[in-house]
Design a protein around this ligand. Sequence first.
Ligand SMILES: O=P(O)(O)OC[C@H]1O[C@H](O)[C@H](O)[C@@H](O)[C@@H]1O
Length: 540
Amino acid sequence: MPCQPLSDLHIWKKLKQHAQLIDQPEKHLRNLIREKGRLEKFSLKDAGIFYDFSRQRTDEKTLELLLELAETRKLKHRFKAMVSGEKINNTENRAALHTASRDFSSHPVVSDGKDVMPEIRRVRNEISAFAEDIHSGKITGSTGKRFKDAVVIGIGGSYLGTEFVSEALYAFADKDIEIHYLANVDIHNFGKIVSRTDPETTLWIVISKSYTTAETLANTKQAYAFMEEKGIDPAKHVVTVTSKGSPGDDPSNPVLASFHMFDFIGGRYSVTSAVGGVPLSLFLGYDRFERFLKGAEEMDNHAKNAPASKNLPLIAALISIWNNNFLGYPAQAIIPYASPLCKLAPHVQQLYMESNGKFVTKDGEFLDESAGLIIFGEPGTNAQHSFFQMAHQGRPFPIDFIGVINPQYEQFQSESKGVTNHQELWANLISQPMALAVGKEDTNTAKAFPGNRPSSTLLLNDLSPENIGRVLAFYEARTVFEAFVWDINPFDQFGVELGKTLASDIRKEMAVKNNNKEHHFDEMNPIARFYADTLFSGSF
Ligand SMILES: O=P(O)(O)OC[C@H]1O[C@H](O)[C@H](O)[C@@H](O)[C@@H]1O
């Protein structure tokens, strides 16, 4: 049933009024953070994460109203409907069961009248056995040598999550297999990978839910041509991960192994399925992949069961809505003070912006409030030396800071200025949110800091596979909770289609020109024609 437009809701109006109050000088963050018990009241600890939102521009009334909004929009109810297999992706008439891919309970999860769990367990077992055979050397390349490099050919949701996890857990990768990502159709991406790898010891993992994505098909063709040129049998060097019945699920095209993904798991939510399972099990070992899944499962259970006021991703979603729709911040940065999390922001960028970058509700009504935020980020302290000037003195944007208490490499303990490198990193992690919140007065306005710039801080005890799973599932749940507030469908992505269609028209024109040098791009818009003519002429 369509929901009431947001601006008609009584609670939305109350929040709008309250936002005016929060804009008053006495509610400046430098005053809010001085309140007794501020940190205790505005922080949560569960499912392996400490979540501190004491430096968000919220008071107790804000939280009370946001929780009323959560109740009105039935966030918990909708989350439960999602994990239980309801066809919540209504525009594509599908369930959204990424949570099932890391469900280790014995409960059935029914979609379309069928328990999906036996199939999910079967694929997990196949992945585990395959990884074991590769690691033991039972399966080798066509010339009998062990695999040393795995190249993931895939784009968007078929690689970003996996890249986030493989970077985050690089310190655990002891299987003597290096991982590479061939996402972009840009030939530089391909050239760079093959310039440093041995074709005899390289395994290509083609990952595509649809197996129709232009970039992935072009890169796969390029890889086949390369193998054939080097005398390598692709049937012994290619693995596929795709949907049952897709063009890639083709028995007439022999491959070393093929694994299925399911239509009820969207690409950007798929790293806990075979999409991440195959490459990550090769890179890290299946056991570590399973530990990562178990961390994600714990966060899913927390998101499903914890009461709204104690629910980390739900509160994070409400704060994000507050910052976006009531305080007017259009962007949010994710700044992990941990280099292994360097690919978290690019992953969340797709996860969140493809899910929530919508202008209509799930029922096709125009939204009366803006959905979605612009997500970006870089690890700290690097970010401090690039765009933090704007964070402190330019247009403000809320930040998620992420800190890790125990680094993966604890053995390096040399001191500079009396502290270890890790303590130096933490000195910055502690200081930046405070500087942003408090600011500093100065008679020289160029040197003044307005402060009142909101941030949250998430802490992890360490970067274990479980904790990476928890962080992943935290951002996934936060994304869908926000979508539930706006009543949008976070599982479709029709907005990526128009550009693809235009590219397809231009591709056809280029193909004609490749066959007939006399062909003119007369059908194209003059501006597009200029670029096509320029490419074919070799210079401007
Ligand atoms: O896995 P594939 O079918 O190749 O899709 C790869 C990606 O491309 C599409 O354009 C979508 O924007 C993404 O959501 C998807 O993850």
